[in-house]
Write a protein that binds this ligand. Structure first.
Ligand code: ZN
Length: 187
């Protein structure tokens, strides 16, 4: 495996939250459109119009932060040439009729560190397993979605993920992206 990109996202990790759905309705009495349960005219009688989906703000902000850290790391490593050219992962397939064959399968190592609360500083130490909300799979999803189209062309390129969550003095997410060889694996 070749390390393509390594970066740290500062701050407490944020898990991917589900879309929120709001229903846009039309008041049957005054014809106003509203998202509220009661129309400002006082009526509760509505005609359904459409559902509006939105991603919770906290999720959007965290994904932007991860994307920014990823872009920054790619910029730095392409300037210094320190790593094997991280932009290779996304650019390798350009101009090739069969892109998927040109892009290497990726392996991700994700470590999520949650800040130890003041009240538990006597009981917890750096590196102890974190076993409460948020769920690990939703933390993984935040990072995968944030890196999509920035570090790699598509999530589907990721064929292996190693992830863990721990307590720490400073909250952060450490992300490593490796290119795998195309050799068959012994399982
Ligand atoms: Zn009304």
């Amino acid at each position: 495996m070749t390390l393509l990109l390594k970066f740290t996202v500062p701050g407490c990790p944020v898990s991917k939250k589900r879309h929120q759905t709001a229903t846009l309705k039309k008041c049957t009495r005054c014809q106003r459109q509203t998202l509220r349960r009661q129309c400002i005219c006082g009526s509760y009688e509505f005609q359904f119009m459409t559902n509006i989906e939105s991603t919770p703000r906290e999720t959007v902000l965290y994904e932007n932060l991860v994307a920014m850290a990823a872009r920054d790391a790619m910029q730095k490593s392409s300037e210094t040439g320190s790593l094997g050219g991280p932009t290779r992962a996304i650019n390798a397939g350009e101009g090739c009729p069969n892109q998927s064959l040109q892009q290497p399968p990726l392996s991700l190592t994700l470590r999520f560190y949650f800040p130890i609360p003041e009240s538990r500083k006597k009981k917890l130490v750096e590196g102890q397993p974190h076993s409460q909300r948020p769920d690990l799979d939703n933390c993984i999803k935040s990072v995968l979605d944030a890196c999509n189209t920035i570090v790699y062309a598509d999530d589907s390129l990721v064929s292996e993920i190693t992830a863990s969550k721990m307590w720490a003095v400073a909250g952060r997410a450490e992300i490593e992206i490796y290119a795998q060889t195309n050799e068959p694996r012994r399982i």
